[in-house]
Design a protein. Structure first.
Length: 114
């Protein structure tokens, strides 16, 4: 699998590490992963994009696929460590106005509060 997952120290936030490229080839994997975790009741999710250098529309779709469901359950999907190319794409598509961005996964986790 292209995605590594871990939980925050207090176990309340799920952190997903994405691969170098998030494209048509693996975006369905992220969508399925998010669906499974949301179905299990994980509504606070951080997607760590530290290693992701390239993202296409399929990757964007996967990222936003469960935002409404997490928010309706007092959670959210937040992005951390966004690289320059990916940030430019998020700004171009205005997704940066929908999803909160953080410099580090730790800051994103902390933003959920205790």
């Amino acid at each position: 699998m292209d995605f590594k997952t871990e939980q925050s120290a207090d176990g309340t936030v799920l952190i997903i590490q994405t691969p170098r490229r998030l494209t048509t080839e693996n975006a369905d994997g992220l969508k399925k992963l998010l669906k499974n975790y949301v179905d299990e009741g994980h509504f606070k999710i951080v997607i760590n994009l530290a290693g992701t250098e390239y993202l296409d529309s399929s990757g964007l779709g996967a990222i936003v696929s469960k935002i409404a469901q997490t928010r309706s359950n007092n959670g959210d999907i937040r992005l951390a460590s966004v690289q320059e190319y990916v940030l430019n794409l998020l700004e171009l598509t205005h997704i940066n106005q929908i999803v909160k961005l953080f410099d580090t996964p730790e800051q994103a986790v902390a933003s959920f509060g205790g």
